[in-house]
Design a protein around this ligand. Structure first.
Ligand SMILES: Cc1cc2nc3c(=O)[nH]c(=O)nc-3n(C[C@H](O)[C@H](O)[C@H](O)COP(=O)(O)OP(=O)(O)OC[C@H]3O[C@@H](n4cnc5c(N)ncnc54)[C@H](O)[C@@H]3O)c2cc1C
Ligand SMILES: NC(=O)c1ccc[n+]([C@@H]2O[C@H](COP(=O)([O-])OP(=O)(O)OC[C@H]3O[C@@H](n4cnc5c(N)ncnc54)[C@H](OP(=O)(O)O)[C@@H]3O)[C@@H](O)[C@H]2O)c1
Length: 466
């Protein structure tokens, strides 16, 4: 089979699976999701000469950045925490007159322009959900889709030469189990259902979780709620959005560009925070139980301000819920009428058998560069990373590497084999500088420079440059 884009229009129904017709899409590649990662997958596969069909369950592009989407995790006040130059796609800069940290509505408009500029929308089947992806003959995949409209008709199966999964990993709530929760009379929501500060107005709010979401919501509660308790199970390093007059990620990036060794960078950044932010235990916050860079960065300039003004009361972990109150680890009880669980998200790939992505008993996929499964070279995942910078450039280069891999399998099998051996040989499974705290939230944590360097090596192998 050769990757001739002209073949990609084939929709013959000569094939069958379990009594259902299979529409053969020939050399076309399927992309699942039209968020930032799916869009860049469509663009880069298309540029490499592949026919591409993308399925998106929602009715427009943008993924999580489109807050009208059912499963979008963004709330009215969300701004980027990774600054503009470290977030934008490498071949499509954000406008020069935009601020360092654009609002989510601007990020959506940027993604919409990206889709238009590269003419991606004609490739997307909107309102179409992928419900099953199964291996078929010779490395091909049978993809079952159904319309999300209630008048959408039956499921359909299409056969593809390859599949890039870009379904996002920040939409399925991670819900902690608490004793007594079912008897609690207040309202309990996950942060995924938090959209607007009006939900907090005039209420007694307990926010759980010290990630970026938990800190953002605690700051909003400090301004809107009558009380705000912020419960974390450990102390964190709270990095302000600006350090030394620059976006904080750019300061870190500058040191990385100068190849400052990790330990020196860690020491310097901790000292800088020590001098600028100071000792956070003075505010009643728990001391971090880890060094800086050992936990996903929390970037928030306002949390300490509101703790310092009494708007946020830091409290420890929840022990159990009672009918009208919540008992904390220090023996104290608080009486919120709204509890917001900002406890993060879990990855979900219900349309794939777990072994295809090497998913273990906990639900964690084992993929080379969080992208390539061991035994299925025509399958890959885009965007399954949590970096100390923006996600978009990583998804871009992941898609470039996947396109090169598919192409190499046809035109340079020895390069493809070399890349396959690289995947097989991988024993590390982490592209993060130094250790991270033991938490499921760090499954996909990467240090962006280390990660991109390894991805560059993969691309070099596939291009025959090493
Ligand atoms: C509050 C918040 C703020 C963030 N801030 C930043 C930031 O500052 N910088 C940054 O780089 N990242 C940030 N992120 C991370 C964010 O997840 C990524 O920026 C980005 O949205 C990931 O893109 P994606 O395409 O991989 O996933 P998503 O944006 O989640 O898109 C996935 C798409 O796939 C579709 N889909 C899923 N399953 C199916 C299916 N079965 N069939 C068809 N379609 C399907 C979904 O409808 C969705 O459109 C933030 C995340 C959150 C929660
Ligand atoms: N642009 C922005 O402004 C912005 C805003 C929000 C989020 N984001 C991004 O979105 C992603 C998700 O962030 P997130 O904050 O929603 O999730 P997260 O980073 O996974 O943080 C979850 C928080 O909840 C805590 N937690 C988890 N399970 C718990 C339990 N059972 N009991 C008590 N605490 C528990 C975690 O503690 P441990 O540390 O102990 O695990 C952590 O503090 C991240 O990449 C983040 O950077 C960006």
């Amino acid at each position: 089979m050769s990757y001739d884009p002209s073949e990609s229009t084939g929709t013959g129904t000569t094939l069958w699976r379990d009594g259902w017709p299979v529409y053969d899409r020939g050399a076309t590649v399927c992309v699942i999701g039209a968020g930032p990662s799916g869009l860049t997958a469509v663009k880069n596969l298309k540029e490499a000469g592949f026919g591409v069909d993308c399925y998106e369950r929602e009715t427009s592009v943008g993924g999580g950045w489109n807050w009208r989407h059912d499963r979008s995790p963004v709330y009215a006040s969300t701004h980027l925490i990774s600054s503009k130059p470290l977030t934008q796609f490498p071949d499509f800069p954000m406008p020069d007159d935009w601020p360092d940290y654009p609002h989510h509505s601007r990020v959506l408009s940027y993604l919409d322009h990206y889709a238009d500029h590269f003419d991606l929308k004609p490739h997307i089947w909107f309102g179409t959900e992928v419900v099953k992806v199964e291996p078929a003959d010779g490395g091909t995949w049978d993809v079952t889709t159904r319309s999300t409209s209630k008048y959408g008709g039956a499921e359909r199966i299409h056969r593809y030469a390859g599949v890039m999964v870009a379904n996002g990993h920040n939409w399925s709530p991670k819900m902690p189990a608490y004793e007594g929760l079912e008897d609690f009379r207040g309202e309990v929501i996950h942060a995924g259902a938090y959209k607007d500060a009006a939900q907090l107005r005039g209420r007694r709010v307990l926010v759980v979780g010290g990630g970026n979401t938990g800190c953002d919501i605690a700051v909003e509660a400090a301004q809107q709620a009558t009380r705000c308790w912020h419960s974390t199970r450990r102390g964190y390093w709270y990095t302000p959005k600006y350090l030394l007059g620059r976006p904080a990620d750019q300061v870190n990036d500058q040191m990385l560009a100068l190849r400052v060794p990790f330990r020196v960078r860690q020491w310097f950044a901790q000292r800088t925070l020590g001098v600028t932010v100071g000792d956070t235990t003075r505010f009643g916050l728990p001391k971090p139980d880890h060094k800086l860079f050992q936990s996903h960065p929390v970037v928030n300039s306002q949390l300490l301000y509101y703790v310092g003004h009494g708007g946020i009361a830091p409290v420890p972990e929840i022990v159990r819920f009672q009918r009208n109150s919540v008992e904390l680890k220090n023996g104290e009880t608080v009486e919120p009428d709204l509890v917001v669980l900002a406890t993060g998200y879990v990855p979900r790939f219900e349309f794939l058998e777990p072994e295809l992505l090497g998913i273990d008993g906990q639900g964690r996929p084992r993929l080379y560069l969080h992208t390539f499964p061991r035994r299925f070279p025509t399958l890959a995942v885009a965007g399954l990373v949590q970096p100390d910078a923006g996600v978009f450039p990583m998804a871009h280069w992941q898609a470039v590497a996947f396109a090169l891999y598919l192409r190499a399998r046809e035109v340079a099998p020895q390069r493809a084999a070399a890349f396959g051996r690289r995947i097989e040989a991988e024993a590390n499974w982490s592209w993060h500088d130094g250790a991270t705290t033991d938490s499921t939230r760090h499954w996909f944590e990467v240090s962006h420079v280390t990660y991109l360097r390894e991805l560059q090596k993969a691309i070099d192998t596939l291009e025959g440059a090493r």
